[in-house]
Design a protein around this ligand. Sequence first.
Ligand SMILES: Cc1cc2nc3c(=O)[nH]c(=O)nc-3n(C[C@H](O)[C@H](O)[C@H](O)COP(=O)(O)O)c2cc1C
Length: 328
Amino acid sequence: MTGVPQDGSPGAPQSGPAFQIGRIQVHGDLILAPMDGYSDQPYRSICRELGSAVSYTEFVNALDILQGHPYVHEKLKYLPGERPVIFQLFDSDPDRLLEVALRLQELEPDGIDINLGCSARNVSGRGAGAGLLKTPHKIALIFQKLVSALSLPVTAKIRLGWDEKSRNYLQVARLLEENGAAALAVHGRTKAQGYGGQADWEAIAAVRQAVSIPVIANGDVRTTADIARIKAQTGCAAVMIGRAAIGNPWIFSRLDRQDAPPELVRATMERHLERMLAFYGSAHGLVWFRKHAERYLRPYALPVALRQQLLTADRLEDFWALVERSLK
Ligand SMILES: Cc1cc2nc3c(=O)[nH]c(=O)nc-3n(C[C@H](O)[C@H](O)[C@H](O)COP(=O)(O)O)c2cc1C
């Protein structure tokens, strides 16, 4: 299942201050956030080449792996140039997570991440993702089991707590460290906040102070100025960027969206679509690229009719003709 190079890409430029996740050397301080439906192999590899220092997969349901669900194979394919690669898993059951992590270890990722932050009802409602923040003893058990059984670093991605009344992020962070987590990404919101309000960077700074494992700051980083601000405010080893990286992979080269010229936008879209076609096949590649295209072209404020045509074009020639018109 391990990825085979499809394009001979050399991998990301090695730059920036290195830190370590367990024994993994990380060269760079910006990281594409795991995003279900977006951070697939084509997009991850592009971001990695542009400077994202680690490839986190989209989250994968441990149950789906045990049941041999076909979609998980796609989510876990990676290119050698993407290393370090971290597979992200979610589940509520420590033994199931252990069994699945042991299986996935055979695919030779560089690390396994446990999702302790997903707020979606079908995940957190069954005690997985952010649902685990309500049962810290289970988090401890999961990390005890995985850390002692795996030969890979095990990391976590958390939110600040379940809701405003239970912001237990310091307890959870300390517990993760005590039980062997190699690094910790913190999205500065509670589960109840969803994506509303502002991410609390002060809380992330407090986590950074409370533990000595690397902390990765996450939430509401949209520009290069935000990167500098969150680093200064939290002192974190690295910054994870999610929504603002969709249609904007240049953020990992510290180029703001408004400074990306149309020729660069076109060239990156071409590279991205080529990889989507190679990865998903010609029948699905373009269809699944549409949501990315919409984000790449959003700053051009397309007329409704043109946008509609773009998002329904199913022949490559038509699609590119519409992109050309959009970029003018
Ligand atoms: C569409 C979408 C899918 C996401 N999927 C995941 C996921 O699979 N695993 C995860 O840990 N977080 C997931 N997240 C949360 C992001 O990783 C990140 O924590 C959140 O978007 C906050 O960062 P941002 O403000 O930079 O977007 C997802 C977020 C979005 C918007």
